[in-house]
Design a protein around this ligand. Structure first.
Ligand code: GDP
Ligand code: ZN
Length: 306
């Protein structure tokens, strides 16, 4: 039989079978990790085949299907290793807020670059629009112009006041969607709006001020029916990046990728080289200066890279 991994707890997995039955399953015997740098053999979103045990209650997983894509993050304990957060994702929703608290463009761009590196499309969800004044409305328009022109999809919603949620729900149909964003942006509130049966706990923003709080870092996939799934990533602030060289970073900025081969030097890092098409585009205003700033800061920051 075949199924889909919804959740992992220790060495046990919740598996949704093709026939919609839910099973608890384990891996057969000693399972070999193909990639030695990964800490977990199976992740949420993986497709598996399994056999039902004699007790008729539990199952044994004997095969993991090929992954279309997956996202990782650095393992907290073994720095050389990465943990697969989720696999086979159709799209990521990045929930952001421009007020209470404001998500920085630096954070947005890092997320978008990670998603590009994993080949996962992103929609940006602007939440808490009920709190906007004219200044934040204007700022949102600016950001929408920037991200839409690069090719990112977006939605503007108020999870609390139930504004703009219906088109989002329609859009999600038939997709496996990973939802992400800083604590306090209203992810849980939005998920409860999308599917009230989830009944996730929400917390006032002030409760997130305490940085020492231990948060769980396991992804979980929720079955919303009609082949629609929502993957929650509680406590996971940032994803890793596929390993890349400095010159490759701009390949994950679609508007810079479009200019590949047009700089004077083919080793151009678009920093201060003469005849640089990217710097020219920034001066001309066709590449946004905030995106370029994010690019430069990723260039300087050696995290996650070779
Ligand atoms: P999470 O950490 O991203 O899951 O955020 P929560 O869903 O727990 O929400 C954090 C806080 O923001 C809570 O106090 C929510 O009531 C509030 N909140 C969430 N969405 C909205 C919204 O659309 N408008 C307003 N005004 N507050 C919201
Ligand atoms: Zn250049």
């Amino acid at each position: 039989m075949n199924g889909l991994i919804l959740k992992s707890v220790g060495s046990w997995y919740d598996i949704l079978c093709e026939n919609k039955q839910l099973y608890k399953g384990r891996l057969k015997g000693k399972f070999k990790l193909d990639d030695k740098k990964l800490t977990n053999p199976i992740a949420v979103g993986d497709t598996v085949s399994f056999e039902i045990e004699e007790n008729q209650q539990t199952v044994v997983i004997d095969k993991i299907g090929d992954r279309l894509n997956y996202i990782i993050r650095k393992s907290a304990h073994k720095t050389e290793h990465s943990h697969i957060i989720a696999a086979n994702i159709d799209e990521a929703f990045l929930v952001v807020t421009l007020v209470s608290p404001q998500t920085s463009t630096g954070f947005i761009d890092r997320f978008l670059v990670s998603a590009e590196s994993f080949r996962i499309p992103v929609s940006i969800i602007f939440n808490k629009i009920d709190l906007y004044d004219s200044k934040s409305t204007h700022y949102q328009e600016e950001l929408i112009e920037i991200y839409q022109s690069i090719g990112y999809n977006y939605f503007t919603v108020s999870a609390e006041k139930n504004i703009g949620v219906e088109p989002l729900v329609k859009y999600m149909k038939g997709k496996k969607i990973l939802i992400s964003g800083h604590s306090g942006v209203g992810k849980s509130t939005l998920m409860n709006r999308i599917s009230p049966i989830l009944n996730l706990k929400t917390l006032p923003v002030s409760n997130f001020a305490n940085k020492g709080v231990h948060t769980t870092t396991f992804a979980e996939m929720f079955d919303l029916g009609n082949d629609t799934f929502l993957i929650d990533t509680p406590g996971i602030k940032e994803f890793g990046l596929v390993e890349m060289e400095k010159y490759e970073i701009s390949h994950f900025f679609p508007e810079m990728r479009a200019l590949i081969g047009t700089c004077k030097f083919n080793t151009c890092l678009h920093k201060n080289e003469p005849g640089c098409a990217v710097q020219n585009a920034v001066s001309a205003g066709t590449i946004s200066s905030s995106r370029y700033k994010s690019y430069l800061s990723m260039l300087e920051n050696d995290d996650n890279r070779k």
